[in-house]
Design a protein around this ligand. Structure first.
Ligand code: GTP
Ligand code: MG
Length: 366
């Protein structure tokens, strides 16, 4: 899974990215501090893999990972080359979802490019740039498709008809997310465009530490973000990037004490990863053995052979059966053999829908 971080300059994107990845992206108090896209890989916190590692005396424990891409701040006109953002929009085309950082903290020392704190205006500015960039992409595609449609190509004619509707929709200021597709064919073509405004969004409301404990409930800026997100069906999570930076430096015990002193149960980053899983409808299944215990990310509803394909295409191609035990059962009973004896581990076929926390051993033959 890959997430792209967007937002106005100086709203805390790189600060957030840094504590996510500790990759050392430059966070500094001037607009456009980030001039190169930064990519970082973050493990998904999941104590189940560690526990399995202990149970199996495993040599290697491998968590699932999320990739984050930090790009330069976008400003009005970015899609037309204003600022530095435009050239970086291409870097987030390939992502599965967008983390949109919105400034909800007051700090006169930190310059706001538009002079005041106003989440609704800021969100609109960014979303408009994403949309304009999409409109440009579709314009280019339209030119090609119309030409081949004129040449008599049927598929192009169909695509051209869809593009005409899509252009009318987007030129109305509506995001590609709300565009209605008529059939599976259209859906496949539409998906291949990788439109930014079609991607699921998580708004990260960056608040001051005082607003953290009650999840930003008293902050009108956060309320504004929530209202917009609700209308769009997007997720919101409240974070103080500055505090997260401090948390990232702590070991586990210190972290727990520090979070408690702030009235929090979980670090913001853990909440962000959970929100991403929820938004994208993702779950994890597990594999366990002496060589490696590992968590794998799949979409909810994935069947056993396709889950096996995440590990290796041979596993999918030669899929025979999956030996499945629930994580809780395996831990409680202490071994797969004991689980089998109790009748809680079973062989499942190709129609089995994998659940979160299934520990699976695939049987295959190629
Ligand atoms: N007070 C306060 N300052 C913050 C917070 N988050 C970030 N900052 C400060 O804001 C400044 C800009 O942060 P960055 O993370 O570099 O911002 P950015 O969004 O990456 O900016 P560009 O890369 O220029 O687009 C830095 O001085 C940060 O320390 C916060 O939650 N509270
Ligand atoms: Mg930055």
């Amino acid at each position: 899974m890959k997430l792209g971080i967007v937002g106005l300059p100086n709203v805390g994107k790189s600060t957030l990215f840094n504590c996510l990845t500790k990759a050392g992206a430059l966070a500094a108090n001037y607009p456009f501090a980030t001039i190169d896209p930064n990519v970082g890989v973050v493990p998904v916190p999941d104590e189940r893999v560690d526990k399995l590692g202990e149970l199996y005396h495993t040599k290697k424990v491998t968590p699932a990972v999320i990739e984050f891409v930090d790009i330069a701040g976008l400003v009005k006109g970015a899609s037309k080359g204003e600022g530095l953002g435009n050239q970086f929009l291409a870097n987030i085309r390939e992502t599965d979802a967008i983390v949109h950082v919105v400034r909800c903290f007051e700090d006169t020392n930190i310059v706001h490019v538009d002079g005041s704190i106003d989440p609704a205006r800021d969100i609109e500015t960014i979303n408009m740039e994403l949309l304009l960039s999409d409109i440009e992409i579709i314009e280019r595609r339209a030119a090609k498709v119309v030409k081949s449609a004129k040449g008599g190509d049927k598929a192009s004619a169909k695509e051209a008809a869809m593009i005409t509707r899509l252009q009318a929709h987007m030129n109305d200021g509506k995001s590609a997310k709300t565009f209605e597709l008529e059939d599976d064919e259209e859906e496949a073509i539409f998906r291949s465009y990788n439109l930014l405004s079609a991607k699921p969004v998580i708004y990260a409301a960056n608040v001051s530490d005082a607003d953290l404990a009650n999840d930003g409930a008293d902050n009108p800026c956060v309320q504004a973000v929530r209202k917009i997100a609700e209308a769009e069906g997007s997720e919101v999570f409240v974070i103080c990037a500055q505090i997260e930076e401090e948390i990232a430096e702590l070991d586990d015990d210190e972290k727990r004490d520090f979070l408690e002193s702030l009235g929090l149960k979980e670090a913001g980053l853990d909440r962000l990863i959970k929100a991403s899983y929820k938004l994208l409808g993702l779950i994890s299944f597990l594999t366990a053995g002496e060589d490696e215990c590992r968590a794998w990310t799949i979409k909810k509803g994935t069947k056993a052979p396709q889950a096996a394909g995440k590990i290796h295409t041979d596993f999918e191609r030669g899929f025979i059966r999956a030996e499945v035990v629930k994580y809780e059962d395996l831990i409680t009973l202490g071994s797969l053999a004991a689980a089998k004896e109790k009748g809680v581990a079973g062989l499942e076929g190709k129609d089995y829908v994998v659940n979160d926390g299934d520990v699976i051993l695939f049987r295959f033959n190629v």
